[in-house]
Design a protein around this ligand. Sequence first.
Ligand code: AMP
Length: 230
Amino acid sequence: MRTQSNNLMLLIKLLTLHSLLVLSTSQQFDFFYFVQQWPGSYCNTKDGCCYPINGKPTSEFGIHGLWPSLKDGSRPSYCDSSNPFNASKISNLISQMKSEGPTLSCPSNDGLTFWSDEWNKHGTCSESVLDQHRYFITALNIKNRVNFRLALEEARIYPNGSEYSLSNIRDALKRPNGVTPWIECNNDALGKNQLYQIYVCVNNEWDAEYIECPVFPTESCGSSIKFPLF
Ligand code: AMP
């Protein structure tokens, strides 16, 4: 009788441990930031940039990354060193990644280091939802839903080195999909505040639907910002 109840207790403990393990390896983030970058603002800083070996990217926003994030504003990183970036898993996406998420780091390179850093730092934290191939295809799909440069152009906001009001930029970027974007600024070589990256939020599911951001990063822009040439 005693042995039977001991066995039952052991079984309950094992089941509890198992469900705790399953829970700890499933969804550990609340939403994604999808971040696009204006190449002109990466390149005109005091550090400059290098065009990829296949040439100057087009005058469009490029993918920086898809970043698993928590509602408290934190972002998990480097979640699984046992699943490092493997270019062969995205071989059919490389040419699209070259044009939609161009590398700008120096020395000039083919982009694999940039995307590898994105997968290893951010992508591994989304493994419960997206594998490597799905991670990059999801980023490409989100980017292709809306062309942010055209959305700005429709509001007469052009990459011509002029300054525009931050709230006009935000309104123009909100128009196509209805969710509030967050704008990140950096400084050009002369210290002028400029439009650097656009963040939108998507849910932490396979379909990555747009959602209102549960939290925004700390403001980095003034009320009027430059939109540089590229
Ligand atoms: P993250 O950790 O994802 O915020 O990425 C930051 C790192 O990505 C920094 O080292 C940046 O210099 C680098 N980075 C950002 N944009 C690019 C780009 N277009 N090409 C290459 N590296 C980039």
